[in-house]
Design a protein around this ligand. Structure first.
Ligand code: PEP
Length: 257
């Protein structure tokens, strides 16, 4: 089976409205031909989703996603945004359980599971983040942590639902730090996640699930990371804010097809 990549950008709380359309306009000029096996995804802040979805229409293979959602469709949840609203705004994907949400907003498995359910129910592809912090890697607990997070997030879902989920392995010590997992470290953990997924859902479904790598992926390390057997794309923070560095990562994936 040939490679099939998803190159996802997470803008976090950066690049407000004034920067959204210019990003996509510039990207459209420089991105060149991207094969169907390389899908693109940009996740801007909520307020820019509509603008991004409109601007993205000029780029075949580009999807728009949100960085979070609430686990109800509507109701008295001040400050929250639902899956229904994200669909209306033009989203096809949503990041769930990013380490920054786990750390700063106390998100844990139970809430993450409810968010995944709501995303799937509304036809959004969940990009579910798992990953260990530095102390857990140093103490050798990283496999246990990632297995617990993966099993916790997917608990209660059937094979057909799990097949629609994207997993992002993000060693937290490599996010926004300039540190990157080595290609061997990334492959080792991705293969482990694939094994856990196989135990949960069987080989056929598990082999088709995309496992993205996140943690300071950049133009100069993307090719080596993406070349790893079980690395099916990237979840990219800093390097997705500029059209040229995002395009370079997409082009690195394209060369591996
Ligand atoms: C992220 O936001 O998920 C991320 C991996 O960030 P960065 O690429 O900046 O490390």
């Amino acid at each position: 089976m040939g490679r099939n990549y998803l190159i996802a950008g997470n803008w976090k709380m950066n690049s407000g409205s004034g920067k959204t359309a210019p990003f996509f306009n510039e990207l459209a000029k420089i991105i060149g031909d991207v094969p169907g096996q390389v899908e693109m995804l940009i996740c801007p802040p909520f307020v820019s989703l509509n603008e991004a979805a409109n601007a993205a229409k000029a780029i075949p293979g580009m999807h728009i996603g949100a960085q979070n959602l609430h686990f109800e469709n509507d109701g008295a949840y001040t400050g929250e945004i639902s899956a229904v609203m994200l669909k209306d705004a033009g989203c096809s994907h949503v990041i769930i359980g990013h380490s920054e949400r786990r750390e700063y907003f106390g998100e844990a498995e139970q809430v993450i599971g409810k968010k995944i359910a709501k995303a799937l129910e509304n036809g959004l592809t969940p990009v579910v983040c798992v990953g260990e912090v530095l102390d857990q890697r140093k103490s050798g607990d990283h496999f246990t942590v990632v297995e617990t997070q993966t099993r916790g997030a997917l608990a209660g879902f059937g094979d057909a639902e799990i097949a629609k989920i994207v997993i992002a392995y993000e060693p937290v010590w490599a996010i926004g730090t300039g540190e990157t997992a080595s290609p061997d470290q990334a492959q080792e953990m991705h293969a482990f996640i694939r094994k856990v997924l196989t135990e949960i859902t069987g080989k056929e479904v598990a082999s088709g699930i995309r496992i993205l790598y996140g943690g300071s992926m950049k133009p100069d390390n993307a090719a080596e990371l993406l070349a790893q057997t079980d690395v099916d794309g990237g979840l990219i923070g800093g390097a997705s804010l500029k059209p040229d560095s995002y395009a370079a990562i997409v082009q690195a994936a394209t060369k591996l097809i």
